[in-house]
Design a protein around this ligand. Structure first.
Ligand SMILES: [Zn+2]
Length: 662
């Protein structure tokens, strides 16, 4: 895809004399040295409108500046200036690991700049990098919370200080810059010095220790791929192998499992403990396994994914059921009203699923990416891009109060989106994900192109033997199920479209009006294409009732409604007067009706027996309850869009009204 560089000629690019990106290093967020499917870079795939185009524009126009403005205002960015000026001791703003938020913002900006040149954003980016670089110590150490006069010593609190976690996000910011085509940029030099420092400090000749929060593992593995420096991969491997030996000090509240330090990564069969930590660690472990051809470790991660998805994942794709330790619960412990389901865990889940998809080519991973992107991650940003959910509950019982637009919020506050948090990991994570999201939509292999996600985007890539596959995808997804793929080159190749799990058996497809079989997990079209050939895939959007697994006690007796790839909710603004989300049931006898963006459902106002002093009884509900209940209809709307109309109550799981004549 052509990139129009609108940069002014006087812009100074370190190591890139003519100011244009180095195409040889351009790529996406994950670049295995070998994989079944090949990821595409920003020269090969781009979202060019529609639903995802709107979100990428919101990110570029609002979210990036929102994050930068907040962190400037509350002193998180000027922490770096204070280190450079030698006055940080006693003057650090924010908790110990706020550096990571600046690095994630830099990563988001780098992906945005990889997507499209923007001289003003480029200038902001470079100014921010310069301030970070000025705070780096001579030996490569870079952290604003430790190691300077008046501060705790370096690495004196590995459990909670997150120095290596922060270093990891610095490396990932540099990886994004390299993959944007700037392998010699200032951030890359800073990251190299930091990575070398980590290797000297913790490598084979250094101390045997770990960071409490995984992230350095995935970052070192990717930085090794991006720079070609094998030592960084060795360091990642050491960190992965060291984990699981009870090396980190525990507290009464947080045991070894919280840190994934309870058993070696390769011995675990399910993700457990702090959800974001577990998902970042698994992503890093899989990167190490791929690069070191460690089949046993790769298989262990795939098994952990499978068991976690089948037993410990919300219908939204959200992960993590515990507020106290932000952790996975036991199998099938998935309470809707106490769902933690942190936005960052959703992002960690996409990171892991994407790696497994590249490695195996199995569409189940792309299915989970779709579910998680649309129903967990996209729920975080408010529709104006100026407030975010940290946790993503599946049931809001009471209307919350609007958080201040000016003050920091507690991280777990979930009633309404907040502009910024004391621990603000999620907004910058959303920003880096939205800036790079198109790079997760399609891949290539020796035979052609695989389309995993639907939206409006273009792909143009060259296969190993020189064939060029160019195509354009158009759809009203996620609201409309018609997907049109127009092939734009004369080429003998294979184009594969994922058929989402929820659509199997009901999808139809054709090319040039000729029917194609579309009853499996994929629609595979192999032929000599002529430019202009159009593959049409129709995915059913009729709303459907979904039942929870019988072992999910917290959801028993309820159902959810899905429409295409979207999980729908009942939200209080859509209820008739006198109805409450706490006292309604869905009537299974009345068919759901498709609406523009959601579904119309028949609901009944449950008869509440007000004389009951004690909320437990020997008798069960009777048919008379149904007969005396009030019937109405209500619009169910996409989960991701909830709480954009002021304080409200909401639920995903709807209690079933007794069926008639039962
Ligand atoms: Zn977070």
């Amino acid at each position: 895809m052509p990139h129009d560089l609108a940069l002014s000629p006087e812009t100074d690019f370190d190591g890139v004399p003519d100011g244009t990106p180095d195409r040889s290093t351009r790529g996406g967020p994950v670049a295995p040295s070998h994989s079944r499917l090949r990821p595409l870079g920003p020269d090969e795939i781009a979202i060019d409108g529609g639903f995802w185009g709107e979100r990428q524009s919101l990110n570029a126009d609002v979210i990036l500046a929102h994050c930068e403005t907040w962190m400037e205002r509350i002193g998180w960015i000027s922490n770096f200036d204070k280190v450079a000026d030698g006055i940080i001791g006693g003057n650090h703003a924010g908790i110990e690991f706020v550096d990571s938020e600046i690095y994630k913002l830099l990563e988001a900006m780098a992906w945005e700049l990889a997507r499209r040149a923007d001289a003003s954003l480029e200038a902001r980016y470079r100014a921010l990098v310069a301030r970070v670089a000025a705070a780096q110590d001579d030996d490569g150490y870079l952290n604003t919370s430790f190691g300077h006069p008046g501060q705790p010593l370096r690495y004196s609190n590995l459990e909670w200080g997150h120095e290596l976690y922060c270093a990891g996000h610095l490396l990932q910011a540099a990886v994004a810059r390299i993959r944007g085509g700037y392998p010699n940029d200032e951030i890359v030099r800073v990251a190299r010095r930091a990575a070398d420092h980590v290797y000297r400090e913790f490598g084979p000749d250094g101390r045997i220790a770990l960071c409490g929060h995984p992230e350095i593992e995935v970052a070192l593995a990717e930085f090794s791929r991006a720079t070609g420096e094998a030592r960084y991969l060795d360091m990642a491997q050491l960190f992965v192998e060291r984990r699981g030996n009870g090396m980190l000090a525990t507290t009464i509240l947080f045991g070894h499992e919280y840190f994934q330090d309870d058993m070696p990564v390769r011995d675990a069969t399910v993700l457990r403990g702090h959800a974001v930590r577990a998902l970042y660690l698994a992503s890093g472990a899989l990167d190490v396994a791929t690069e070191t051809h460690d089949r046993q470790l790769a298989d262990a991660i795939a098994l952990q994914w499978k068991n976690t998805v089948s037993r410990r994942t919300y219908i939204t794709g959200g992960m993590g059921s515990h507020h106290q330790d932000e952790a996975f619960g036991d199998d099938y412990e998935l309470p809707a009203d106490r769902a933690y389901s942190e936005t960052c865990a959703g992002i960690g889940s996409v990171m892991l699923s994407w790696r497994l998809l590249l490695e195996t080519g199995e569409s189940a991973y792309a299915d989970l990416i779709e579910r998680t992107l649309l129903n967990n991650i996209l729920a975080s940003p408010r529709e104006d891009g100026r407030a975010f959910y940290y946790t993503n509950t599946l049931q809001q019982r009471t209307e919350g109060t609007e958080p201040s637009e000016e003050a920091l919020s507690e991280r777990a506050e979930a009633s309404l989106r907040a502009p910024w948090f004391e621990v603000s990991c999620c907004p910058t994570n959303v920003a880096r994900t939205l800036a790079s999201v198109g790079l997760y939509f399609a891949t290539a292999d020796d035979h052609g192109v695989q389309l995993h996600q639907f939206g409006d985007y273009s792909v143009k890539t060259t296969l190993p033997d020189g064939r060029v596959v160019a195509l354009h995808v158009e759809s009203g997804y996620p609201f409309d199920g018609a997907v049109r793929v127009t092939v734009q080159s004369d080429v003998d190749a294979t184009v594969t479209l994922r058929i989402p799990r929820w659509a199997r058996g009901a999808a139809t497809a054709s090319i040039g009006g000729v029917h194609l079989a579309a009853d499996g997990t994929e629609l595979i079209v192999s032929r000599q294409f002529t430019a202009g050939d159009c593959i049409e895939l129709h995915l059913p959007m009729q709303p459907r009732i979904v039942h929870p697994h019988p072992r999910i006690d917290a959801a028993r007796g309820t159902v959810a409604v899905e429409r295409g790839p979207l999980v729908l909710v009942l939200e209080s603004p859509d209820l008739p007067a006198g109805f409450s989300t706490e006292t309604v049931e869905i009537d299974p006898d009345v068919p759901l009706v498709l609406t523009a963006n959601g579904a119309q459902a028949a609901i009944r106002l449950r008869v509440e027996h007000s004389d009951a002093l004690w909320p437990y009884a020997q008798s069960t509900r009777r048919q008379t309850d149904r007969d005396s209940s009030r019937l109405a209809s209500a619009e169910l709307t996409p989960y991701f869009a909830w709480a954009n109309r002021g304080p409200s109550t909401m639920r995903v799981w709807l209690p079933l009204a007794p069926a008639s004549g039962r």
